[in-house]
Design a protein around this ligand. Structure first.
Ligand code: URA
Length: 235
């Protein structure tokens, strides 16, 4: 057992099982999503985008949040991690995934050799739903241009969608993680790995071995992308 595997055993993510393959279609972005925050978002640079997110009043969550949580990490990241929405800790600190689920996410990424600051981490919703309830469709539509613009600016090579809300936002449809994970997906040409949300894994430890399979898939995609980039730069 190598060091990564030993770390995964500590997390309860080891042992892993085999990987599966199939394909799903890319959904069209929803037109009404553009309305809530106006046509300008699609032209924003990072600072303008962050400022627009922090001052957004496009849905009712602006009245209950402490602060909006735009996202954090490297703006050169090859990996984009998308979660659902800020929780209480994130609402307090203004950063995504800083609570218990965030600690598990960090360990999961580290297990495949990715430090948190090497990725860009964002959520479908930038503001906390009260009592951590599920995001409402109108909130997801209102927030959508922000995630779209983050993806356009970052141009990630691989996206990790954590939980069904992120999968729905990126892939469309109503699929559950259990049926979407283990398959090949794309969002606008970028490979998407669907996996369980770390908050779910904290409650459902039996599914950690499946999450490890998903991490292996993610690592393989990142490795493959790095090799292609190397091959491209050496001609
Ligand atoms: N859960 C999420 O989906 N996002 C966060 O930022 C924190 C917890």
């Amino acid at each position: 057992m190598n060091r990564d595997e030993a770390r995964l055993r500590e997390l309860g993510l080891w042992p892993a099982h085999g990987l599966l393959v199939s394909r799903t279609a890319v959904p069209a972005p929803s037109p009404e999503a553009k309305l809530a925050t106006g046509p300008g978002v699609g032209a924003y640079d990072w600072p303008a985008l962050d400022a627009a997110i922090r001052s957004c009043t496009a849905c009712g969550l602006c009245r209950t949040r402490i602060q909006a949580v735009p996202g954090a990490g490297s703006r050169q990241a090859r990996l984009l991690v998308v979660g659902e929405a800020p929780g209480a800790d994130e609402d307090q600190r203004g950063e995504p995934f800083v609570g218990r689920a965030g600690q598990l996410l960090e360990q999961m990424l580290l297990a495949i050799g990715v430090r948190r600051e090497q990725a860009f981490i964002a959520n479908v919703l930038k503001c906390r739903p009260p009592e951590n309830r599920d995001p409402a469709p109108d909130e997801m539509a209102a927030c959508r241009p922000f995630l779209d613009r983050q993806i356009a600016l970052l141009q990630p090579r691989v996206i990790l969608a954590l939980g069904s809300c992120a999968a729905k936002a990126l892939l469309g449809g109503e699929g559950r993680v259990g049926s979407l994970r283990g398959q090949e997906h794309e969002h606008a040409g970028t490979p998407v790995v669907v996996s369980y949300h770390p908050a779910y894994l904290l409650r459902n430890t039996a599914d950690k071995s499946k999450a490890w399979e998903d991490l292996c898939r993610l690592r393989a995609l990142l490795t493959q992308d790095a090799k292609s980039a190397d091959a491209g730069s050496t001609g």
